[in-house]
Every structure is written in C-alpha cells, then in structure tokens.
Design a protein around this ligand. Structure first.
Ligand code: NAD
Length: 263
C-alpha cells in the first residue's frame, strides 16, 4: 500500500499551477482528490484534464469560492470529511505599497488567510476525532522576504505561518499534523504569462526565465524557476504517513532563494 492511498485529499485552488500538480501527485498515490476552484466550468475542466493524464486517478470537482463563509460551506457540505487538507488557493497582485486599498488588503486576507483558516476549523477537529490527519498551508518565500510591490501578499503569507503553527499546537498529540510549505518562484501558467509580458514574445521562454532569475532573483541557488511538480513532491510527503513527526513546521521548497538556513 502506498502512503496516501484510499485517503481523501482536498486541494483548494487546484484548477491550475501548483494546486493542480499537488492534486495529480496525491491521485497518483491512490488518493481520491477533491479539485476546487471558483468557476464551475474551469473546475470541471481541470478535473477532466487530471483524469485524462491519470486514467486510474479519482477526482471529484467541487466549485466554491473559499474566500467567503458561504463558499467554505458549499465545500464542507459537499465533502464533510477529508484526511488531508491542502490550503493552496491564493490571489496576488503587484501594487505599490502606499496604493494598496483597504479593499485589496481585505480581499487578500479573506482569500489567502481566512479561507484556509475556515476550512481548517471545520476539517481539523474531525481529523482529531479519527486520530489521523494532515493540514498543509501553501505559503511562500514571500512570507520571509516581503516583496516591496506586494506587501499585502507577503503579509498574508506570513500570517499563514502563524496560523498553521497555532493550529499545530492546538492538535498536539492527536495524530494530526499542521505544516506550512514555502515555495519560491514557480513556473505556473500565470508566471509564464508574466514572463512573456515582461520580456516580450521575441525571446524563448527559457531565456526569459534565465534573465528573470539571474537579474531579479540572484540569490536563487537553483538558478531557474521551480516546477509545480517539485513543490507537489514536498506537499505529498508532508501529507503522507511518512511525515508523522513533522508538525508545526515551515518547510522551504524555494531553491535556496531565501538567504537563511531557517525557518
Ligand atoms: P495560480 O494563480 O496558478 O492558481 C491559484 C488557484 O487558486 C487557481 O486554481 C484559482 O482558481 C484558485 N483560487 C483563487 N482564489 C480562489 C478562491 N477564492 N476560491 C477558490 N479557489 C481560488 O497560483 P499558483 O502560482 O499555482 O499558486 C498556488 C499557491 O502557491 C498560492 O498559495 C501561492 O501563494 C503559492 N506560491 C506560488 C508561487 C509561484 O511562483 N507560482 C510561489 C510561492 C508560493
């Protein structure tokens, strides 16, 4: 038996990028995966794409906006129990620090922080009752190196570290673990678009990637963008039986970009 087979795994924001790769990793291991996004058509399409790539994979699409209490309820009504909760959905936008409005701060907080907290409040106590569970918050290296053009994003990613650590303390000794993952710059479809906008269509994507990392992220020890599958490997491990002694931790998959040996 593999490590997460027959388990139910909810990955919020799994209609693209890192979330989709995380969904694929758990399904490959035999888990039933709940695919989530805001838009019903995009959510169904992502589940179909995942099924096509993995004929044995079990995927259930549930569209719900996790930034609202009602959206969270839609999700928890459709799937009352999960063994692994991956709080991955997030939004980000580049705005000069003094121009970020109350509304933008609020929206970031409600999606990136409160969304995961609401779902954790529902699912984690039920995991405790069953004596096993995994909650994984997808934060970012931006939690520790706050981007000047996205301080609202950075602040929400730091808040996730605190919330996850607190929940881990709350479920101490129960068989349930709560951890945070800090990815670095990862080549998702959204980031590909950003690179094309930034460097134009005239140069190949690989060259745009190289320029961005060497010029703007020079502390990267990896010297390239991380692939979504590389983030998914760590999330899959943390969500498995094998990671039973890892809890209350912040784990980096950032290609060494943060010039520190902790967290
Ligand atoms: P993405 O924009 O490609 O995907 C985000 C997903 O979240 C999408 O499926 C979107 O539909 C969903 N989503 C957004 N708001 C939602 C809501 N209210 N309800 C339900 N779903 C919602 O993002 P990504 O780059 O794959 O990022 C995934 C996670 O990884 C995020 O938490 C992000 O902060 C983190 N991260 C990304 C990078 C990177 O370079 N891509 C780096 C560090 C951390």
């Amino acid at each position: 038996m593999t490590t997460t087979s027959r388990r139910t795994v909810l990955v919020t924001g799994s209609t693209s990028g890192i979330g989709e790769a995380i969904a694929a990793a758990f399904a490959r291991d035999g888990a039933t995966v709940i695919v989530n996004g805001r838009d019903p058509q995009r959510t169904d399409a992502a589940a179909e794409r995942l099924r096509e790539a993995d004929k044995d994979g079990e995927f259930l699409a549930v569209a719900a906006d996790i930034s609202t209490a009602q959206g969270a309820r839609t999700l928890t009504d459709a799937v009352p129990d999960v063994d692994v909760l991956v709080n991955n959905a997030a939004i980000f936008s580049a705005t000069p620090a003094f121009d970020i409005t109350d509304e933008e701060w609020r929206r970031s907080f409600e999606t990136n922080v409160l969304g995961g907290i609401r779902l954790t409040r529902h699912y984690a106590p039920r995991m405790v009752q069953r004596g096993w569970g995994r909650v994984v918050f997808i934060s970012s290296e931006s939690a520790i190196s706050i981007p000047t053009e996205m301080i609202h994003y950075g602040a929400t990613k730091t808040a996730q570290l605190a919330a996850a650590r607190g929940f881990a303390q709350e479920v101490a000794g129960t068989g349930v673990t709560v951890n945070t993952i800090l990815p670095g710059p990862t080549l998702t479809p959204g980031v590909e678009e950003f690179l094309t906008d930034r460097f134009g269509n005239d140069i190949p994507l690989a060259e745009a990637e190289r320029r961005f990392i060497t010029q703007e992220r020079p502390t990267s020890l990896l010297r390239r963008f991380i692939r979504p599958e590389e983030v998914a490997s760590l999330v899959h491990y943390v969500g498995s039986d094998a990671a039973s002694a890892t809890t209350g931790a912040a784990l980096r998959v950032d290609g060494g970009i943060a010039n520190t040996v902790i967290p």
